[in-house]
Design a protein around this ligand. Structure first.
Ligand code: HEC
Ligand code: HEC
Length: 265
């Protein structure tokens, strides 16, 4: 009986604590959270122009180092954004920083609405929504300064040079299969189906030049595309990419013999 009462009490305590914790979020931060997960951004975007991506597709809203969930996202966690004070390698700073939602205003135009990066104005995001996002970033960050990183975006030539190196590396296709699923799958839902991203592989129909095809895949991962985000080395290593290439090469039916694992009959 006493056990039951104690159990009952602790359940009560846990639920009320959970209630208290969730009650702490302000209306503004709650709106920010909803926007963060919503590809229509609260229904404010033109459904004919959107990419279908949400902030949450490319950014975690928790400390990935402390609580890894296995997913590999192109962007860094938004934990710590309010502490950074500048974004996009210093291009967004000062008063503009808060107005542009700590840099999220760039992503709002480019990744959610497919506006070419040279036409983006990071302060075009409506002020109320930028504020709500910042309130959410503050809510999830607290004192946590978030991951330390350097913005390292490669241009086409640098990405091509990186790809030269990656295609020469030995890859493990089993690891590549898992890495592909954790990294590329949201937009390329399995390598053989199109989603927000293109269809990457037609099984049984290898490209005329497989090496060239693999090189393009590695280059894209490092430089990004018109909407596709780039993956910096601290998100996805060269070895990770070599493994993904081994996996894709296997789906094509082989060809990159040096990096292929022997199939067990
Ligand atoms: C398609 C993927 C993608 C989407 C969608 C996306 N981002 Fe980003 N974002 C990136 C990448 C890649 C970077 C650059 C690397 C980094 O800084 O993490 C970036 C950078 C940022 C930064 C700046 C980090 C810095 O200090 O330079 C913030 C803040 C941010 N994004 C917030 C958002 C918000 C808010 C949304 C939704 C409106 C969003 N992002 C949507 C991929 C994305
Ligand atoms: C957030 C969404 C997103 C993620 C994640 C993503 N892609 Fe893409 N990808 C796209 C979109 C959208 C395109 C269409 C063209 C563009 O954006 O330039 C694309 C195009 C491509 C292309 C060029 C088209 C082609 O078939 O030659 C390659 C290669 C590619 N992606 C590889 C990858 C690989 C490998 C990964 C994982 C490491 C990945 N992508 C992760 C969105 C994404």
């Amino acid at each position: 009986m006493r056990k039951i009462v104690t159990a009952g009490l602790s359940i009560l305590l846990v639920t009320s604590l959970a209630f208290l914790a969730s009650a702490e979020i302000s209306d503004k931060a709650q709106l920010g959270r909803e926007l963060f997960y919503d590809p229509s951004f609260g229904g404010t975007l033109d459904p004919k122009k959107v990419s279908g991506l949400a902030c949450a597709t490319c950014h975690a809203d928790f400390d990935e180092a402390a609580n890894p969930d296995g997913k590999i996202r192109a962007g860094h966690s938004i934990v710590g954004v309010p502490h950074r004070g500048s974004a996009k390698g210093g291009m967004i700073k000062g008063e503009m920083f808060t107005r542009a939602a700590g840099g999220g205003g760039f992503c709002y135009e480019h990744f959610l609405q497919k506006i070419p990066d040279d036409k983006v104005n990071p302060t075009n995001i409506p002020a109320e929504q930028a504020e709500a996002l910042m309130a959410y970033f503050e809510y999830v960050s607290g004192d946590n300064k978030g991951p330390k990183f350097e913005m390292k975006m490669l241009d086409k030539d640098a990405a091509s040079a990186a790809a030269d190196k990656i295609v020469e590396m030995k890859g493990d296709s089993n690891k590549g299969w898992s890495l592909f699923s954790r990294t590329c799958n949201d937009c390329h839902p399995t390598a053989i189906k199109a989603g927000i991203g293109t269809r990457l592989v037609r099984p049984g129909r290898p490209p005329a030049n497989l090496q060239k095809r693999l090189h393009k895949i590695a280059r894209y991962a490092r430089s990004g595309g018109s909407v596709m985000p780039f993956f910096a080395e601290d998100r996805l290593s060269d070895q990770n990419l070599a493994d993904i290439l081994a996996f894709i090469s296997e789906l094509y039916g082989g060809g990159k013999s040096s990096s292929q694992k022997k199939k067990t009959p």
